[in-house]
Every structure is written in C-alpha cells, then in structure tokens.
Design a protein around this ligand. Sequence first.
Ligand code: PAF
Length: 283
Amino acid sequence: MEVITQTSILKEQVQTFRCNGQQIGFVPTMGALHEGHLQLLRASKKENDITICSIFVNPTQFNNPDDYKLYPRTLEQDTALLERVGCDLLFAPNAEEVYPQQSLLQFSFGKLEAVMEGEHRPGHFNGVATVVSKLFHIVQPHKAYFGQKDLQQVAIIRQLVYGLSFDLQLVCYPTVREESGLAMSSRNKRLTAQQREQAAHLYKSLQLAQELLRKQPVFVIKDEVKAYLHQVEGINLEYFEIADALTLQPVEHLEPGSGKEVALCMAAHVGEVRLIDNLLVNL
Ligand code: PAF
C-alpha cells in the first residue's frame, strides 16, 4: 500500500487513476480503525478498482479541545490493518497540509444541524463539511463510504453532495456492533473494561425504546430510556431523541402501522468518553 502525506502528490496519483479509467472508492476516517471501518473498506474493494483511505484527525470538527487531544491516534496499527484488507492507498496528511490557511468557510444546514449532534456540538458539522469537501476535492472519488453510526453526519454529507454537486455516490453501511451490542467506535479505545460493560447498556436502552415504540407515546418512551440509563453507574445521558429517519426532526406522535421510519438516537458520556448510537425502526 502506498502512503501519501502531501496533497499535491495525491492529486497527481488520482489524476493517473482517473486517466486510466479506474473507479475510485474512498473511506474517509480519523483513524483508530475498527471492524466498522474495515467493512467499509472491504465494500469499497469489492465495488471499485482503487480504494483510498484517509486518516486525519480533523481539528475543526472538535468543539471540545480535550476530546481532540485525547482522540486515539494509532497510525502504525491502522497502517497494518489497511495492508491486511488490501487498501491501495493511504492519505495521511498533517493539519498544515489540509489547512494551509485558516478556513473561514461557514456552512449552514438549516434545521438539519439544529438538532442532536448539531445542537450539542456547536461548530461540529461546519468542521465536518469543511474537511469532507476538501477531501472530496482532493481524492475525487466515484464512491464514498460512511457508517450509519454517525447518522446525522451522513445526512449532512448527503446535503453537501447535493448542494455542491459533487459527482460521487454516497454509500452508507449499517453500524457494526461488538457482541455486547456496543456500537464500534474509535472512542471505545478510551474505555476501561468496566466502562465497556456500562456502555453496552446504551444499545440495550435503544432496544428497550424499540420495544416500547408500538405501545407507548413518545414522552413515556423517553422517560423509560432516561430511567433505564439513570440506574447504570457511570453513564450520563446527554440526549435521547425519536426522530424522523429522513429529516432527523423530532417526532411528537408515533403512528404504528404507518410504515414510517424513525431513528432512535442518543449521545451519552461513559466516564469522560462521549459516545453516540442510533437504531432505525420501521413503524
Ligand atoms: O466520521 C469520521 O471519522 C469523520 O467525521 C470524517 C468523516 C472522517 C471527517 O473528519
């Protein structure tokens, strides 16, 4: 696998692939790779001639400086994993390479960013949209792969692709879970063994909400989820929301049998580590 750290060199390489008529699949990441990333890479390998992965811990999407500082960085291990899945090229730039000047761009995604992650992490989606736009321009992929765990991120990037007419196909893959149900995430690397057990209750609470969906009104389900997580030591729920799966706007009334899809979404702190998860349910 070729490892490139300079944008200008990557652009030349991409030009060569494109001139050869090769289709490019792209998996953007912030590293600390896990099985969820590897599934995206395997899918890209199957569906494209060339697979490019990027590893860049993007400073502009962190609203909390400690979260940025403590984000796991495991480049050596990641490189070995990428070799193992047969990734063709790793783009691993540093911050000066991606941001030679401070970006003054401001994206606005309207209501879509006024809820959940957008509401609780001011500036987060502006940073994501900025870096993903840059990466799409540099890598020029035919297909780009993202995980459903970051459901709102996928919706934001979908708007970015429509809004800026990026000529690529977005592919979203279901969340990969550990045996306990815990959604795989790079941040899990910061959890102790005990915290991992506690964190598995996040998924259990989503399953509880799913079970109640056809029987109880929204406010009761929210109370039940809060009560369930309140009794788990070490978990501090930031939000639990029942949202329309397409618009991600909060749902006030459930209509069982309507065939509508809802997203059960949450963020919680397990110790110092902030985790998110979601479940899509057809009513
Ligand atoms: O999902 C992530 O890992 C990041 O938000 C992304 C899409 C690589 C942008 O930095």
